[in-house]
Design a binder for this molecule. Structure first.
Ligand code: ADP
Ligand code: MG
Length: 518
């Protein structure tokens, strides 16, 4: 089916999320929508899927105008969507989840579930998915849940399939598998709209690339375009994609974690006898699929959570029983995973947020209150130094874009003598231009002699920043490997395969490919 969007405009109050967007996708085409966070990609797809009403513009299927007033309408017209945030219900089985896709509003009938079971089996066979139709969603790894979403979207014979950032929770191998499936579907005539901000992925799989910036289509590109060209289109200026850093100069143990274990309230081991040492002057980046204990490790390092056993030692001092306050006072810079709940106070001004943990200390404290002059002066300096794009420093931080909020957090945390930098997803939701800047500052923290630990679910970020990579799997470190380790090996380790085996298996796969080519 040919899909055409004509002049789609969608406003949220004064914000124009989609500004007269035109897009034509031919049958069997894989079209990538590339754009920074907040560019308007999900909004456009929600308009197509009947979730939002466009303020202007038209949708045409095979040249005929259509109007969708609900997702049900869009599904009935042959449009399937895998949302950015999964919409599966944890306590349902796979078959029940898929049955819900048939009639989103109807109660689940026995017949529907039976039909769905059959469908799961058929689609699984066709694409080589290993999905048990009777498994509970909550028991499935995220990669499998992703596949269930795809089965669900395909279960109504979608002729246009929208995948909104489907690879965020996948290992590199699972991403490759997904791309194979996309190609298979496209060959059978399904049109695919593939949304991502990862350049590598669009170059690997797309037939054509549409770049969106600030709600507007800024151009089309071919998958042969270089990453630099694509990034420039996305951001509107040239960006450095590589992390520019010299060799590390490690200076002895900085942060030592010994035998850390942590039990979740439900009794599962979220940290399982974890050992890791980060030297002063080096960056250890933690790679892993989300949910393997990375967030819990960060919380234990900061003292938000106490481990059930083991110790955290910083510069020879045992911090295991210190509270968060004491740890922060000792010079730990902490960039939290979720800035909106842990990194900032939305109602406070930008200037206040720039001194959040330091307000009790000189020069900001003035008796029990803050010295407004010192706070304002600090804000001026930090805003300049970190190139934070603001109106006034006295505006609430909530008026800033996500990328600039993140820069406020980074500026505050890095503007001190650091005994340790713990950066958790430091560039999540940040535009490519600010990523470059934040990475530079993290490397500077290392070069000033701090031990640096970075947790990231973006493999590019891990590989770019790390002096050494620690791969985390099920609460433990499955291996510590050099930064130039092959991505395929890293991907296998992220799926639980130890290093030696991962290398061997990677070699044998390469060997097979060589044989095929001959
Ligand atoms: P993308 O998917 O490209 O990251 P989105 O389409 O989610 O971007 O968002 C585009 C812009 O619209 C952003 O500035 C976002 O904050 C805003 N936005 C998205 N959904 C809503 C909403 N329901 N209400 C208000 N603003 C929204
Ligand atoms: Mg989105």
């Amino acid at each position: 089916m040919q899909l055409e969007l004509q002049g789609i405009t969608k406003r949220f109050g004064s914000l124009v999320a989609n500004d007269h967007i035109d897009l034509v996708v031919e049958p069997g085409e894989i079209r990538a929508l590339l754009g920074e966070n907040g560019a308007g990609k999900s909004t456009l797809m929600n308009v197509l899927y009947g979730i939002y009403d466009a303020d202007e513009g038209e949708i045409l299927l095979d040249g005929k105008p259509v109007k969708f007033s609900s997702a049900g309408d869009a599904v009935a017209a042959g449009i399937g969507m895998v949302h950015q945030h999964f919409m599966l219900v944890p306590v349902f089985t796979v078959a029940e989840s898929v049955a819900l896709g048939y009639e989103p509003t109807k109660k689940l009938g026995l017949i529907d579930v039976k039909r769905a079971r059959q469908h799961v089996i058929e689609v699984s066979e066709r694409f080589g998915f290993d999905i048990d139709p009777d498994a509970l969603i909550e028991d499935l790894p995220v990669g499998t849940q992703q596949k269930v979403e795809i089965v669900k979207a395909l279960s109504r014979d979608a002729s246009v399939l929208v995948l909104d950032e489907p690879t965020a929770v996948l290992t590199p191998q699972e991403t490759d598998e997904l791309m194979t499936i996309m190609r298979q579907l496209a060959e059978e005539g399904t049109s695919i709209i593939f949304i991502t901000h990862k350049l590598r992925e669009v170059r690997a799989v797309a037939d054509k690339i549409t770049v969106i910036r600030r709600g507007k289509v800024v151009g089309e590109a071919s998958p042969q375009s270089s990453p630099e060209e694509l990034a420039t289109m996305m951001v509107g200026r040239p960006v450095l994609l590589r992390v520019d850093k010299g060799a590390a100069n490690p200076q002895g143990a900085g942060l030592e974690m010994n035998n850390l274990s942590l039990l979740a309230p439900n009794g599962t081991m979220v940290l399982d006898h974890l050992d890791l040492t980060v030297e002063k002057g080096e960056i250890v980046a933690i790679a892993g699929v989300q949910g393997n204990g990375q967030s819990e490790l960060a919380d234990v390092i900061l003292g938000i959570t106490r481990p059930n056993s083991g110790s955290v030692i910083l510069d020879g001092e045992d911090l295991t029983h210190e509270n968060v306050r004491r740890r922060l006072d000792s010079g730990i810079g902490f960039i939290p995973e979720d800035r909106s709940t842990e990194g900032m106070i939305a109602k406070f001004t930008i200037a206040e947020n720039l001194v959040l943990d330091q307000y009790k200390k000189a020069p900001f404290a003035k008796g029990p209150a803050m010295s407004p002059d010192a706070v304002a002066k600090n804000a001026d300096e930090r805003v300049k130094e970190f190139d934070i794009r603001i109106g006034k420093a006295s505006d609430p931080i909530s008026t800033l874009s996500g990328g600039n909020q993140q820069k406020v957090v980074v500026a505050r945390e890095l503007s001190q003598d650091l005994s340790l930098l713990m950066a958790n997803q430091p560039t999540r939701g940040v535009d490519v231009g600010s990523v470059e800047f934040i990475h530079q500052r993290i490397v500077e923290a290392r070069d000033s002699g701090a031990p640096v630990i970075v947790v990231s679910s973006e493999l590019d970020e891990v590989v770019g920043l790390a002096d050494r990579i620690a791969v985390m799997y099920r609460g433990g470190i499955i291996g510590i490997v050099p930064a130039d380790t092959d991505r395929a090996v890293l991907g296998l380790m992220m799926a639980g395969v130890p290093y030696e085996e991962a290398v061997a298996s990677d070699k044998s796969m390469e060997h097979e490919e060589v044989l095929k080519d001959e």
